[in-house]
Design a protein around this ligand. Structure first.
Ligand code: FMN
Length: 206
């Protein structure tokens, strides 16, 4: 449940909360006078300010992969974070329409290859077109470990997970998969790619 904007039909007062107030603090109209204005919890005119703040949220960049029997696929993902360390768990946000989503749902496993600043090409290859249209892994060197999900061999490292049953959250356009970490390695000690580094380099390269 998230807070909503509740607008008083009598005087226009906006109350923010999970539920409308008992009565309007401005004109004392009853609760029944309140209607939700829209799904977002902030006024429309603040949209630019909110979005520009959201751009300052920091992320890494990963190639998240999964399997469906013999088939493999992967995509770029910035919405990944280690949510707990004991037990070690990761959360990822994956769009419902992605082929990778389909594979994760079916197999219950995924791997995240941690990309370095040299991996612009991998982002371009895995981040813009679906594996439904071409074989993204053709010519890309991979390793397989415990989950059998493909891992980019030249990545900084990888973490692989088993999806925790009944803990997937439907976040609207995306699912949030919570994964129990079942393996991981660091191959080299380089700086990982960040979301902002990628977009900075991308705009320089045109
Ligand atoms: C920089 C960048 C970050 C991305 N982050 C995410 C993400 O966090 N979650 C997501 O579902 N898609 C994300 N995408 C989009 C997917 O990588 C893209 O839709 C991909 O083509 C899906 O491929 P698939 O259908 O083969 O799984 C990102 C793309 C880029 C370029």
């Amino acid at each position: 449940m998230i807070a909503q904007n509740w607008k008083c039909a009598e005087c226009g007062f906006i109350a923010i909360g999970l539920f409308p107030p008992d009565s309007c603090p401005k004109c004392q109209a009853p609760r029944s006078s309140f209607e939700t204005e829209h799904d977002w919890c902030f006024p429309r005119e603040e949209t630019d300010a909110v979005i520009s703040a959201c751009w300052k949220v920091t992320y890494g960049l990963y190639m998240v992969s999964s399997i469906d029997g013999e088939k493999i696929n992967g995509q770029i993902c910035n919405t990944l974070f280690q949510i707990t360390s004991d037990p070690p768990r990761l959360a990822i946000g994956i769009n419902h329409n992605n082929l990778t989503h389909e594979y994760i749902e079916k197999s219950g496993v995924f791997a995240a290859s941690i990309l370095g600043t040299e991996d612009m090409r991998i982002v371009r290859r895995f981040g813009y077109r679906s594996g439904r249209d071409f074989d993204k892994f053709k010519g890309v060197p991979i390793l397989r470990r415990r989950t059998l999900c493909p891992i980019y061999e030249k990545a900084i490292g990888y973490i692989e997970c088993s999806v925790i049953e009944d803990k997937t959250v439907d976040a609207g356009t995306h699912s949030i998969f919570l994964g129990e970490i079942v393996g991981g390695e660091r191959f080299k000690d380089e700086e990982p790619m960040t979301y902002s580094y990628y977009y900075e380099k991308k705009s320089e390269q045109g």
